[in-house]
Design a protein around this ligand. Structure first.
Ligand SMILES: [Zn+2]
Length: 428
């Protein structure tokens, strides 16, 4: 098999013969024995690369499709046509530095036949330089079940301990939302324990995404809280050991905050106006720019600026509940009156516009037209496990409890990660 010799300006090439690619397990075989003993039909990006020379590269700064392909004798006319034709699939103007590409050239030719570009670790775009066919495809992914457990040490937050164990931020947020109504994650104690099971999507050994949580457990001040998944009425929800739903009509917190700086208080000294005035909201101190989420599904009824409220958004959830979010640095994109929003959707960013001394979210909550103390509100839970589903739930629960029992939370090392390969499941 002839190796392609590249003379040109592109510095970061690795020249490979097809036999070398994808043959990790055959490292101890020589090229000669490969040629005689191994099936020569080898696929790369779904393309049979028998008889093709493979050049892998990384896009350099300021490189374009034309400058990448010109050393491979691709006529400018073809490059131009490909650039025009590809827009619907992948606009070649988005080709970016440090991204991986592969060029396939027939061994008996000097003109490249395929250009394959990887816009991200999970996908690739194939440009057939002969037929001018262009398509995008996903690399084969593996789904890995991850079981992680840990113990909160002195002055540690849930985020810190989970982050140490490389749990992604999406899973940390989902975990906090799951238990948001039962556990105050702002007042964790040394010895509090967590366990979580979720799936990671892995491509080429790299984690490219996570699915929803499959099972979770938290122990706070010695009290256990379970989140057991169960599908009821066609909807997958999480339930505690007694079969009560963990899902509430609202999220506990409209943002990730550092502390509650002012509670609902009918007699509060206003820090800006310097007089006693009821504070009918809950103030969450957080950094400017922190995402603010709607606590429930609803319709935006107001999204504007006033001198007192600054930039704010008001959302009507149903005939009973309305919420309002004040002092935003910026209202979320597309958030305007009449727009439907879903629980957890970002509707704006923390700021200090209007009458505010520092960056915080003032969160207001109405029930039947009257402003109430959000932190004292008992939000009705969703339906518990029905009588008809009891037996099935008990069996799911036993299975869940024995899986949780297997997850270690070794104290000093504070690390217990177990990986296993499994079939993909639906994310929640
Ligand atoms: Zn306030």
């Amino acid at each position: 098999m002839a190796l392609l010799i590249v003379v040109g300006a592109i510095a970061t090439f690795q020249i490979l013969s097809p036999d070398v690619v994808n043959s990790d397990q055959e490292n101890d075989l020589t090229q000669d024995s490969l040629a005689s003993e191994v099936d020569p039909q080898i696929y790369l990006y779904g393309i049979n690369v028998t008889g093709l020379n493979i050049v892998e590269g990384t896009v350099n700064k300021n490189q374009t499709l034309a400058s990448i392909l010109s050393p491979f004798n691709v006529p400018y006319q073809i490059i131009d046509e490909i650039a025009k034709k590809s827009r619907e699939v992948f606009d070649v103007r988005w080709i970016a530095a440090n991204k991986k590409f592969t060029i396939l050239t027939p061994s008996d030719s000097s003109q490249a036949q395929f250009f394959i570009y990887e816009p991200n670790p999970a996908e690739y775009v194939v440009f057939n330089l002969d037929s001018l066919e262009i398509y995008k495809a996903e690399k084969p992914a593996e789904f890995r079940t991850k079981q992680v457990g840990g113990i909160i040490e002195q002055d540690q937050s849930l985020y810190m301990v989970m982050d140490e164990q490389e749990v992604s931020i999406q899973i940390i947020n989902k975990f906090a939302d799951l238990f948001g109504w039962s556990v105050d994650f702002q007042s964790l104690q040394k010895g509090d324990t967590y366990k979580v099971v979720y799936q990671e999507k892995v491509v080429d050994g790299q984690v490219v995404g996570v699915s929803g949580i499959q099972l979770a457990y938290f122990e706070h001040k010695g009290k256990p809280y379970h989140a057991i998944p169960f599908e009821q009425n066609g909807e997958l929800n999480f339930f505690d050991q007694d079969g009560n739903s963990l899902k509430k009509a609202f999220l506990r917190d409209p943002l990730e905050y550092t502390r509650i700086s002012s509670r609902y208080n009918l007699k509060r000294f206003h820090p800006v106006q310097k007089r006693y005035k009821p504070h009918l909201g809950t103030d969450y101190a957080a950094r400017t720019g922190t995402e603010i989420r709607t606590v429930g599904d609803g319709t935006v009824v107001e999204a504007r600026y006033t001198s007192a409220n600054g930039n704010y958004v008001k959302i009507k959830h149903n005939g009973t509940y309305t919420t309002q979010y004040l002092h935003m640095s910026k209202i979320g994109k597309g958030i305007k009156p009449g727009v439907r929003v879903q629980q957890g959707q970002v509707i704006g960013y923390v700021g200090s516009t209007g009458l505010a001394t520092g960056p915080h979210l003032c969160f207001r909550f109405w029930k039947n037209g009257k402003q109430e103390d959000w932190l004292k509100e008992e939000i009705p839970p969703s339906e518990p496990i029905s009588e008809a589903n009891r037996v099935a739930f008990e069996s799911k629960k036993m299975e869940s409890l024995s899986l949780l029992a297997e997850i270690k939370t070794s104290g000093s090392e504070n690390l217990a990660v177990k990986n296993s390969i499994s079939a993909p499941i639906k994310s929640e």
